[in-house]
Design a protein around this ligand. Sequence first.
Ligand code: NI
Length: 167
Amino acid sequence: MALLPIIHYPDPRLHTKAKPVAKVDQRIQQLVENMAETMYAAPGIGLAATQVDVHERVITIDVSEEKNTLLVLINPEITARSGEQECEEGCLSVPGIFDVVKRSAQITVTALNQRGERFEFDADGILAVCVQHEVDHLDGRVFVEYLSLLKQNRIKTKLVKRARVTA
Ligand code: NI
């Protein structure tokens, strides 16, 4: 297992659209293990492969208190949506920035697990927010893009400055 470097907004690689995984093989299982380790170490509740510069449709999530319920989504699809909820979001690729985003309240998701088996589940609350946030990453979208242009520019300036200081 290995920790993977997380790329930070406004890195243009975050806007890459990820390709479907053709086969859930050992390479993908290794990626899932490394992503899970990276997510837990950060610590974060979700990570998309895009954030570690791998442009394939793989997500790891764990929204449990005890951090013992890993959810692996390969080639996820949100097949149904209903309602609306607003939740304050953050992102490992946008460190230190939190803001409210409006998303669907209930979703139905189908995906493959780390053994390549298809499964389906319904989600609401924080899990629904997290799945939508991570699927957005796979489509090249970062949560700050839902905010006003003024806020987006402020966040960009802040993060570019910080990167200069820490580089
Ligand atoms: Ni994120």
